[in-house]
Write a protein that binds this ligand. Structure first.
Ligand SMILES: [Zn+2]
Ligand SMILES: [Zn+2]
Length: 273
């Protein structure tokens, strides 16, 4: 076991705190005591943190986060200290890691089933329940870090769990496979663009729906077979049909919510996901 190396870290760290609600100007430089890892914790020096649409909602006051909150749940960093109870500490110390956005408890039914992102009994979600990654340091546990290879730069590692992993999980649950026709709504967003890439790499055909015509070329370059700029409710099924989805889409990844949900539902082939 390795004792935490408290002495190597400064007593205080710089951070960006949410000062109020509104535009980007409400995110202000601040400082806090550097967190100290408990027996089961890891101390992470943040090397990159994504700015998620979720963060923008919080900043605008559309989520319940308090004044002074440190946002940021898309975190990559380096393990710089480990708690005394972390048995894997020797391997983790000094490693570059990507963090899962929620710290799970490790012993509830969801955690025991391996569904740690569904845990609601642990420390919780970065930027809401626990201080987030708009800071020099955050705490983590071995249950929510994954070592990343040198070939993955920090900025890419930071978004692996949220912007990439969310879509990957959805595609896996839908049992997406080569040859499928997949409709992605909200395809121009941070999750959407990665789903388009993932579907393309899976060997499936992706139809991308976006409300932003400026994203069309990018979506085509990422692998979309067709891009529809909404509102286009009558042409979705025609487009799917033209691409071989005569019964509709085998998989629909609905990322937008109420603006596109009825359209997404109607696009599904019988028995689709
Ligand atoms: Zn996110
Ligand atoms: Zn749990």
């Amino acid at each position: 076991m390795i004792a935490p190396r408290h002495d190597d870290q400064p007593d205080r760290m710089r951070c960006i705190a949410l000062n109020s609600t509104g535009g980007p100007e409400v995110l202000v430089p601040d400082s806090r005591p550097t967190p100290r890892p408990g027996p089961g914790d890891l101390l992470i020096r943040v090397r990159a943190c994504g700015v998620c649409g979720h963060d923008a909602l919080a900043r605008r006051g559309e989520l319940r986060v308090g004044r002074g909150t440190i946002l940021g749940h898309e975190i990559a960093g380096e393990v710089v200290a480990v708690g005394t109870d972390v048995t894997a500490g020797r391997e983790l110390l000094g490693r570059r890691v990507a963090l899962v956005q929620r710290i799970p408890c490790g012993h509830c039914p969801e955690c025991m089933a391996g569904l740690t992102t569904l845990c609601r009994q642990g420390p919780g979600f970065y930027g809401e329940d626990v201080p987030g990654g708009y800071a020099e340091y955050v705490l983590a546990t071995p249950r929510n870090v994954v070592a990343v290879p040198d070939s993955i730069p920090d900025a890419a590692a930071a978004i692996l769990s949220c912007a990439v992993g969310t879509g990957l999980r959805a595609l896996q649950r839908a049992e997406t496979h080569p040859g499928n026709i997949v409709l992605v709504t909200g395809a121009g967003g941070g999750v959407g663009v990665h789903i388009v890439e993932l579907v393309h790499h899976l060997g499936a055909t992706v139809v991308a729906l976006t409300s932003n015509a400026a994203k069309e070329q990018t979506l085509l370059e990422l692998g979309a077979a067709a891009v529809l700029v909404s509102p286009v409710p009558r042409t979705v099924r025609e487009c799917l049909h033209d691409l071989g989805g005569k019964r509709g889409a085998d998989v629909v990844v609905e990322l937008t919510g109420s603006p596109t949900f009825p359209l997404a539902l109607r696009a599904l082939a019988p028995g689709a996901s």
